[in-house]
Design a protein around this ligand. Sequence first.
Ligand code: UDX
Ligand code: ADP
Length: 479
Amino acid sequence: MTLKIQNICCIGAGYVGGPTMAVIAKNCPNIKVTVVDNNKERIDAWNSSDLSKLPIYEPGLDEIVKRCRGRNLSFSTQINENIASADMVFISVNTPTKTKGLGAGKASDLKWVEACARQVAINAKKHTIVVEKSTLPVRTAEVIKTILEDAQLSSATPYKNSTFEVLSNPEFLSEGSAIQDLEEPDRVLIGGDNEEAIEALSQIYKQWVPSKKILKTNIWSSELAKLTANAFLAQRISSINAIGALCEATGADVREVSRAIGSDSRIGSKFLDSGPGFGGSCFKKDILNLVYLSRYFGLPEVADFWEGVVFLNTWHQHRISELIVKKLFGTLSGKKIVVLGFAFKANTNDTRESAAIQICKDLLQEGALLFIHDPKVDSKQIEVDLERPQMNKSIKAGDLPSQSGEWKTISNLYDGLPNSDAILILTEWLEYSNINWEKVAKTMRRPAWVFDARSIINPSQVLQSGLKLWRVGDGSQVH
Ligand code: UDX
Ligand code: ADP
């Protein structure tokens, strides 16, 4: 017999929980879906009548929230009550890398997951299926299970008759295309050892996902598959960025190399774009988790192999900042650089681990004056990421640079251009591929450079307008 799920509670209203639950609510109108979070500001934003104020920007998300909110989708800070009435609880809380203690810098900090498990243990009143959705280190399900089961033995637990099953259902959604990834996933992975619970979760997905795309594995394979998928994807990016550096040195062009290798069906063409280095909340964290696990299980060679992917990424970001300094005559003191894009990729307002953070910090360290533009990232976030306040002196267009090691945001990218020495493209927002280079060139201070770390501009237009150009992985300037 299949358990019928009528009430879902998702703990964590972030990048994973919000969009995932919105898509479940849309496709399962008979299931009541409540997303809870202990951050009241975030919940208020999810409940905002102005849909442009949702805490997360994802194309298509606002439409779904508009359709389902108040129908079978709600957002609340009442965590205990919603756990109590749920048949299924998703855990979608953040699991950043630990900053101190055992495993610092590598292992994931599970304190939020642990807190959730304890909260579920105390408040669940009936048979509850707990689904781990956050990216977690392998064997976390065991931790959750132990907490849930042991709580039943404690005198502090009020409802002694609750029973639990734990499933792993990792998220493969990619920010910026989260809604599409959720609506048409390549696969849905469900790990667990209880057939009835697995079937209950798979019935939910079957409302819109073909059965053949729903893969069932044991719980450890499911957890490890998530880390491995991200590690493989990140590895491709470090590989192509490494080859890009070689292209720049030898006269080859990384776009041509990517096209040539990507047409081998064994390699495939996706995830072969050289850029400023991978960012996002998952890649680095998941690889560091693999590294930690490998060392823990006595496999230092495996750990070193995967750690190399992260080393290469960091090296590549510093390489870009260094080459900018070299091209601008070895000093950035008082030089104006317009930075286009701060998000870790286009179509998101997320800046977690964005290459822009490290590169901008390097440039500020060299004394540059940065005018940062991003269509979706707000200046408060940039302030947090760069760990220094925005300059308060109002610099007007046309002013010659007089300060060093300062930054400010601009809402129109053309505003920062007068007397600037360079433009640096770090995020592949569509609007940056349609820049009027002739107009731009007239206002910059010569010799003026365009550094395109995303390879999205038309090189001949830039060169014809008299600007100097560096493109990632492009060795065509080598003589
Ligand atoms: C990733 C995984 O794709 C997703 O399956 C997982 O669930 C979460 O982590 P996300 O972090 O949203 O998703 O971004 P993704 O599109 O994978 O890009 C990650 C980084 O790699 C970005 O900084 C992006 O700009 C960079 N990238 C991607 C490249 O530099 N080149 C490419 O060819 C592809
Ligand atoms: P992700 O990208 O994994 O979704 P986010 O940081 O965007 O991560 O979202 C995680 C959310 O989980 C945050 O909004 C945070 O407030 C919430 N959260 C963390 N711990 C708890 C908890 N114990 N109870 C409720 N919400 C929590």
